[in-house]
Ligand binder design. Structure first.
Ligand SMILES: [Cu+2]
Length: 129
């Protein structure tokens, strides 16, 4: 009696399964770091965009705008609610900004130009797995 052919066969398929798992993890890693176009196809309806778009940690939010007309400020919730632009935690003004959040949580972004925030150019982004 010789069982080795069967044994060898099962070992081969086991390593094939392992290889498949590795590929799946790699694909998932790559997928985790997606770029999210803020506003999407809904234009400036950020509320709709924010409630329908999933943002995971390490995803990049992409803000594309005319830097002569707008900017992006990361602010506290209080400043977001009041559209206060004087003490942002971070300011982006290149017009092609990738903003990445490594932790779960809600982040508040507003436009700091003129009264754009009060006019609705503001978005609260919830980042979660
Ligand atoms: Cu603006």
């Amino acid at each position: 009696m010789d069982h080795s052919p069967t044994q060898r066969k099962s070992r081969v398929s086991a390593s094939a399964v392992l290889a498949l798992l590795c590929v799946a993890v790699l694909v998932d890693r790559a997928h985790a770091a997606t770029t999210v176009n803020v506003g999407g196809s809904s234009g400036y309806n950020y509320r709709t965009w924010a409630s329908t778009t999933r943002v995971k940690p390490w995803d990049s939010l992409f803000f594309k705008y005319d830097p002569r007309l707008h900017n992006v400020l990361l602010v506290s919730k209080a400043d977001f609610d009041a559209c206060r632009t004087t003490a942002p935690w971070a300011k982006y003004s290149s017009g092609k900004d990738y903003i990445k959040f490594s932790k779960s949580g809600t982040y508040y972004l507003i436009c700091g130009v003129a009264r754009h925030c009060a006019a609705g150019m503001k978005v609260a982004v919830t980042v979660k797995w």
